[in-house]
Design a protein around this ligand. Structure first.
Ligand SMILES: Cc1ncc(COP(=O)(O)O)c(C=O)c1O
Length: 334
């Protein structure tokens, strides 16, 4: 018979709030989907953060910094531009701390993400995805206008805020080092703002300069073209959410990475669906791009050791998109 467990008083303390569960995400080895590949690939599952993505780390750090510097005052409004995950994370942290979250997002991003921001109590402004970054209707311009007209507000600006790289330098990088015991040859992560891969790269290259740091871009974005040629081009439309960029941003430190690989929408989505079917991991579309890019990197750099790849978020925010057969057929991917 199982022993009956009585709760003691100290068992009831719990943690102060859910933001204390941010970070320390698990890594799991991929098996079937990587069979025949000489390297061993481990996925770091960032969907295990409380609001479901790697951006919880960033939102918490940016808001704590703004509080400590005195810029964010009680009852204040936190304004941010997002492709969804940062907005969801900011909305969660604001819900805990009692701030108003005012989020600006392109209408290309999923309905699920919009719903999640609102369920945490945030206010959402949608912008057209067809406009260029300097257009007054763009994400960036709308956020700047909102900051000017909203009293007691701050603009977190993940794109240019040094705390973006720093939070991954302080948390994600050291976690990877500890989880692999330093026995690691390569890390692969998507680049949206670039903060994740730049912070991980800066930390791990200090620990082991030979480590290969690979950033994954989306075909159509301007980042990988700039990395290869130094030339700034106009971005084209792409469907994958969270990675790629239409402009250069300070959170992308190109000196912290060795290579940048661009993956198509179709390959990203088909690989993501395969990850669920072969590994039982339900992740977002950027994770498929990251795995596809990691497999290319293993071949290109003849990697035979351990590789850690970052799965940024969960599939449940893309049910109406890449996990919908109809959507995939309409877009011509299947
Ligand atoms: C799904 C997804 N993958 C990857 C990233 C890339 O993260 P970063 O902005 O740190 O480059 C993001 C960023 O929003 C994301 O939402």
């Amino acid at each position: 018979m199982r022993e009956k467990k009585t709760l003691k008083k100290q068992d009831l303390k719990g943690i102060p709030n859910i933001s204390k569960l941010i970070g320390n995400t698990p890594i799991v080895p991929l098996k079937k989907i990587t069979s025949g590949i000489p390297a061993k690939i481990f996925a770091k599952l960032e969907m295990y953060n409380p609001a479901g993505s790697l951006k919880d780390r960033l939102a918490n750090a940016l808001i704590e910094n703004a509080e400590q510097s005195g810029q964010l005052k009680p009852g204040g409004t936190v304004i941010e531009v997002t492709s969804g995950n940062t907005g969801i994370a900011v909305a969660m942290v604001c819900a805990i701390k009692g701030y108003h979250a005012l989020l600006v997002m392109s209408d290309k991003n999923s309905q699920e993400k919009q719903n999640m921001m609102k369920l945490y109590g945030a206010e959402l402004v949608l912008t057209p995805h067809t406009v260029q970054p300097d257009d007054p209707r763009s994400n960036y311009s709308v956020a700047e206008m909102l900051v000017k007209k909203t009293p007691n507000s701050i603009y977190l600006n993940q794109y240019d805020n040094p705390a973006n790289i720093d939070c991954h330098y302080r948390t994600t990088g050291p976690e990877i080092w500890e989880q692999t015991g330093g026995d690691i040859e390569c890390v692969v992560a998507g680049a949206g703002t670039g903060g994740t891969i730049s912070g991980i790269g800066r930390y791990l290259k200090q620990k082991k300069p030979s480590i290969k740091i690979i950033a994954i871009d989306s075909q159509g974005s301007m980042l990988s073209h700039y990395f290869r040629t130094g030339e700034i081009i106009k971005a084209k439309h792409y469907e994958v959410e969270g990675i790629g960029s239409d402009k250069l941003i300070k959170a992308m430190d190109f000196s912290a990475i060795d290579d940048m690989i661009a993956i198509s929408d179709k390959e990203s989505f088909l690989t993501t669906r395969k990850i669920a079917q072969l590994e039982g991991i339900f992740c977002g579309g950027s994770s498929g791009a990251v795995l596809a890019g990691a497999i290319q990197a293993v071949e290109k750099y003849k990697i035979t050791g351990n590789v850690v790849i970052i799965f940024a978020d969960s599939g449940n925010r893309y049910l109406s998109k890449l996990y919908s057969d109809k959507w995939m057929e309409d877009k011509g991917y299947i």
